[in-house]
Ligand binder design. Structure first.
Ligand code: ADP
Ligand code: TMP
Ligand code: ASP
Length: 239
């Protein structure tokens, strides 16, 4: 499968058309961004570890019954995916309070939540990805009622599946963001699941092993992603 035209160049990945109009190639770049693109850097090898990490997680979720856009990994930085009509929405689940919820509600950092907390955000960097409600989504027509319910159910199911997976490797899934899209009216998990879009803390030391290392300038970003992958038994190939 060959890349034909680049149709999207996001902050960390690029999408290319292929000779199959229903399929795209997702290319994971080394570019790393935080704070809605205000902090940017290319981190050598991040695209490769994230592409392979994402393929492992998407395969695991498929095996547990979640419909994903992932078709197959093509090489160290590229994967073949189903082309979707994306919702302009980010679905977040939090198991512990950290990041934006602490700034918003003045919550103690690291507080264990009594139940997983689901939140919708509007995917709009210029507006700083604001928190939105189901009512905003319905009133602005960003998704239909049945898709809202399904996105929420699937995201909470992903939280159950992946919290177990990470805990088996002594990692706490603190929170994460996922995106969804439609193909022929059917909902699929899209985009990526990597340490760029979630928070993972060591169960013993609570050390951060995700993109907060980049956000907070803690260093060893790509090294930490590899450590997480090793703990999960992923066989990441180095370029
Ligand atoms: P960002 O949009 O945050 O800058 P990326 O650099 O990760 O993000 O770019 C990837 C883009 O591809 C995002 O806009 C995402 O919504 C979109 N996307 C992810 N999966 C699919 C898919 N299967 N079909 C079409 N678009 C997708
Ligand atoms: P937040 O604390 O900044 O709201 O982020 C919650 C989780 O969602 C965290 O794991 C990071 C992830 N996330 C992204 O990956 N991209 C985003 O644009 C946002 C808003 C959150
Ligand atoms: N993904 C967003 C960005 O790249 C937000 C973040 O991760 O901090 O800016």
């Amino acid at each position: 499968m060959n890349k034909i035209d680049e149709i999207t160049a996001g902050k960390a990945k690029s999408l290319f058309t292929t000779d199959n109009s229903d399929q795209l190639i997702m290319h994971f770049r080394d570019d790393t961004s935080a704070f809605d693109g205000k902090k940017k850097e290319a981190l050598l090898g991040k695209g490769s570890v994230n592409n392979q990490f994402n393929a492992f997680i998407m395969d695991h979720l498929e095996a547990k019954g979640i419909a994903t856009h992932h078709i197959e990994i093509l090489n160290s930085t590229d994967s073949l995916v189903r082309k979707l009509e994306m919702f302009p929405i980010e679905c977040v689940v939090r198991n512990r309070a950290t990041g934006s919820i602490c700034r918003r509600l003045g919550t103690e950092d690291g507080l264990i939540l009594q139940a997983p907390l689901f939140e919708f955000f509007l995917k709009d960097d210029d507006l700083g990805d604001p928190l939105i409600t189901e009512e905003h989504i319905l009133s602005f027509g960003w998704a239909a009622a049945e898709n809202i319910i399904e996105m929420k159910e699937i995201t909470l199911k992903i939280n159950e599946i992946l919290s177990k997976l990470f805990l088996n490797s002594n990692l706490i899934l603190v929170d994460f963001k996922v995106e969804f899209g439609l193909s022929d009216g059917k909902l699929f998990l899209a985009d990526e699941f990597t340490p760029d879009g979630c928070r993972l803390w060591d169960t013993e030391t609570l050390a951060k092993m995700d993109k907060d290392r980049f956000r907070q300038g803690l260093g060893d970003v790509v090294e930490s992603y590899h450590q997480v992958a090793d703990r999960l038994g992923m066989n990441i190939k180095l370029d």
